[in-house]
Design a protein around this ligand. Structure first.
Ligand code: SF4
Length: 330
């Protein structure tokens, strides 16, 4: 396929759903609960809601929308730090994102070093996907049966970092693109693995993701950044090795080392249930404040902050279907 509308073909989508339905009876099941498949990435979540994919799937499949939206999971205290840094008489770049955006930040720092720029620094908020997937897998209330891995992150890191999901935890995982047919084909691939009793890393997004990743990008990242001991994720708490900071050699570009920042911890309101939504324990609309106190205009929790946040996506695209379901239930 060459053009984007070919990845949105409704007939092909329906054919994939039929293939999925054919495979489902072949999956050995210990209980009757729906299969839970987590798409980690907020870009996937957005596509799922925008194209109504969830409503097309058989009831035996439940999609769990993971924490892969760096805007949503940034703790509020870091935003306040950023506002404090903005008062400084210097160009300070607010660096945010997963492994996808780390190479461009690293290359910017290397260019600044090469050109001897002395009025530039970086406020580093880059976070990593792999330790967070591991933290989700280690969570005691985890019920996820398979994963769709983030396509753009994989374009940089390749397939290897996701092998532990299959090898150590026995869960199928498929690297997935961002169009509706990419997501449906990836769901078919994980379900086929479950039906055949396999657990592997498969790559549905081969048109973009080389199995070995982007070696030039990884080299730049390794030169400039090192893992932090831990990093705070809004809604999930502190996760070991889930963020990066600048190496000592580049400390002269590190805004956090150069300038004082308030570093305040600001907790979400007690009624927020973002952590439970992120782990698939409850659905967004089951949160006590969803759609009432917490809306995209008045976000109380992390997942209502950006359009890629699960609750915001539900609110924007899935709200009417949810309200109809509630009406039927009532
Ligand atoms: S509705 Fe708001 S508070 Fe509740 S889980 Fe979603 S974002 Fe968090």
């Amino acid at each position: 396929m060459k053009f984007v509308d070919e990845f949105r073909d409704p007939d092909k989508a329906r054919a994939l759903i039929r293939e999925i339905e054919t495979l489902l009876p072949h999956i050995p099941r210990a209980d009757e609960r729906p299969l839970q498949i987590m798409e980690f990435c907020g870009g996937h979540t957005h596509t799922i809601f925008r194209y109504g994919l969830e409503q097309m799937l058989p009831g035996a499949i439940e999609l769990v929308h993971g924490p892969g939206c760096p805007v949503c999971v940034l703790p509020m205290g870091r935003v306040d730090d950023c506002v404090a840094l903005a008062e400084r008489p210097e160009v300070i770049f607010f660096a945010l994102g997963f492994e996808t955006t780390m190479p461009s930040t690293a290359l910017t720092v290397l260019a600044a070093e090469r050109e001897g720029i002395d009025n530039f620094s970086l406020f580093c908020n880059h976070i990593t996907t792999v330790p967070t997937i591991k933290a989700i897998l280690d969570s005691p209330d985890m019920q996820i049966d398979a994963f769709l891995a983030p396509g753009h992150v994989s374009m940089v890191v390749g397939e290897a970092p996701f092998r532990f999901v299959a090898e150590d935890y026995g869960k199928p995982i498929v690297i997935t693109g961002f169009e509706p047919l990419d997501i449906l084909q990836s769901l078919w691939m994980v379900i086929r693995q479950l039906a055949e009793g396999r657990c592997e890393v498969e790559n549905q997004y081969r048109r973009i993701v080389p199995p070995e990743g982007n070696s030039a990008g990884l080299e730049a990242v390794a030169k400039v950044f090192e893992l932090r001991e831990f990093f705070e994720w809004r809604g999930l708490g502190s996760i070991d090795h889930s963020g990066v900071r600048m190496r000592e050699e580049y400390a002269h570009f590190d805004a956090e080392r150069k300038f004082p920042v308030p570093s305040l911890k600001i907790a979400d309101p007690r009624s927020c249930q973002c952590g439970e939504v992120l782990k698939g324990v409850i659905r967004p609309w089951e949160c006590k404040v969803y759609g009432r106190q917490c809306t995209p205009q008045t976000p109380m929790g992390a997942l209502m902050v950006s359009s890629e946040g699960t609750c915001a996506a539900y609110y924007q695209y899935g709200r009417l279907a949810v309200e109809a379901q509630r009406g039927q239930a009532g």
